[in-house]
Ligand binder design. Structure first.
Ligand code: ATP
Length: 433
């Protein structure tokens, strides 16, 4: 994020670029939109998939002892009793008697409604879980919940995954999936929404080894963001104090990023102790203990959780990449995150240049996400790709016909060099690896 852009207008500019270039649209826009729900457009979905793929491979390919899982969103309602969500997943809420708006209570709010000046009620607890009904009859007995976190799907499958994969402790289970929270005050674009995607890895360890694993995962997760190009000075840990700790946690830290609206969490790392598996043992009456063959002992493992928001990471990568230069806006996204890897342009649409460019496009389009653009001046075509974050541009010009070379343009430096058309694939592969 360029420091010269006023923080107040920064998000407006980013939101507008996201719409213009097809990253993110307001959900149900033609009906006036629905608060805090967003749709990912052609570039947004590519970028989101890249983030998910990178996270997934950093977990399941880089670690022999992490298995994947894809659990269902709807779960047995007892799960949420055991997890403590029915009793405790609440925010304090106040209502305005006049305009009926609801606000998350905090000490600075006062007694008057910030919207209309009306009288605010006393606060009451508001459960953040979305309720729905399973089956054709809408009655209390059929109430189920949209999961507010993906973690519980992992905990209830702990023994299924362990016994089928024959993993031994320490090992982890990774999952990417949607979660839903009826947030009282969603906002800041896709930062806090009511439907979002989480990338969670729950790591099961022997009690006593939990502190060192917590430290290890803390460092590894911070490194992941740095490796993908985020500005190191805008990342930090925020360790939770005793007062901030959730009821189940022994230790917790947030990885925070310095957004235009302040330092905010992008991922939480928690030592959840044996709380979850003990509670599921108690509520399901199934023993969730692990049997250690070698030591011949049985115990309930401790869990180190790494819980990242996919949408929030995506916002963070966009914010970090957005730069305004003298005559262009550019998203300096890491090439692995960029939705389109390379754009191909014939300088003009005649003299056979378009055919050569199309031919090159056909040769590499199954290997990378490639964009072909033959309309408008070459300068405008470059600018469009700069805004889309496309790291490389290839131009076919009249010289191509004489020596079979093309220009390869670097998005960030705007430098161009000539390379053989037959080397394009190899060169891109090298730069993208
Ligand atoms: P916050 O305090 O910001 O509400 P949290 O501490 O409740 O977050 P966790 O329950 O630890 O968040 O969830 C893990 C991650 O899931 C967060 O770091 C964030 O990236 C993401 N996340 C949580 N709630 C939302 C939301 N409403 N919208 C988008 N992402 C979210």
């Amino acid at each position: 994020m360029a420091e010269n852009i006023a923080k107040s207008s920064f998000m407006e500019k980013l939101v507008s670029l996201c719409k213009r270039r097809g990253f993110i649209f307001q959900s149900s826009e033609i009906y006036g939109g629905i608060n805090s729900c967003y749709d990912y457009g052609p570039l947004g979905v590519e970028m989101k998939n890249n983030i998910k793929k990178l996270w997934w491979s950093s977990m399941t390919l880089d670690h022999d002892n992490i298995e994947g899982l894809d659990a269902s969103i709807l779960m047995h309602p007892k799960v949420w009793e055991a997890s403590g969500h029915i009793a405790g997943f609440t925010d304090p809420l106040v209502d305005c008697n006049k305009c009926k708006m609801r606000f998350k209570y905090d000490e600075n709010l006062g007694k008057k409604c910030p919207n209309c000046g009306g009288e605010l009620s006393d606060f009451r607890k508001f459960n953040l879980m979305f309720k729905t009904f399973m089956g054709p009859v809408e009655e209390e007995a059929n109430v189920i919940y949209m999961r507010p976190e993906t973690a519980q799907g992992i905990y209830v499958n702990f023994l299924n995954v362990q016994s089928s994969s024959r993993q031994k402790i320490p090992f982890g289970i990774a999952q990417i999936g949607k979660a839903f929270r009826n947030e009282i005050t969603p906002g800041n674009f896709i930062f806090r929404t009511r439907e979002f995607e989480q990338m969670e890895m729950q790591f099961f360890v022997k009690p006593g080894n939990d502190d060192s694993w917590f430290e290890k995962w803390k460092e590894e997760r911070l490194e992941w963001y740095k490796q993908l190009g985020l500005n190191k000075d805008k990342l930090k840990f925020h360790d939770h104090s005793e007062k901030e700790l959730a009821h189940y946690a022994k230790r917790a830290t947030d990885i925070q990023y310095d957004f235009p609206f302040g330092w905010q969490e992008i991922e939480g790392i928690h030592n959840r102790t044996d709380f979850d598996l003990k509670r599921h043992t108690e509520y399901s009456k199934k023993n969730m203990a692990y049997f250690d063959d070698e030591a011949k002992e049985r115990y309930i493992p401790y869990i180190i959780e790494t819980s990242a928001g996919c949408d929030r990471s995506l916002l963070c990568f966009l914010v970090d990449a957005y730069v305004e230069e003298a005559d262009r806006v550019v998203l300096k996204l890491h090439p692995k995150i960029a939705p389109i890897k390379v754009a191909i342009f014939p300088l003009v649409n005649r003299d056979g240049l378009d055919e050569i460019a199309k031919n090159l496009y056909d040769r590499i389009k199954n290997k990378f996400k490639v964009f072909f653009d033959d309309s408008g001046s070459i300068g405008r075509r470059y600018r469009r790709q700069d805004e889309a974050g496309t790291p490389f541009g290839i131009t076919v010009d009249s010289q191509t016909k004489t020596d079979e070379t093309v220009t390869l343009r670097d998005r960030d430096t705007m430098k161009q060099e000539r390379i053989k058309i037959d080397d394009v694939y190899k060169e891109l592969e090298r730069r993208l690896s």
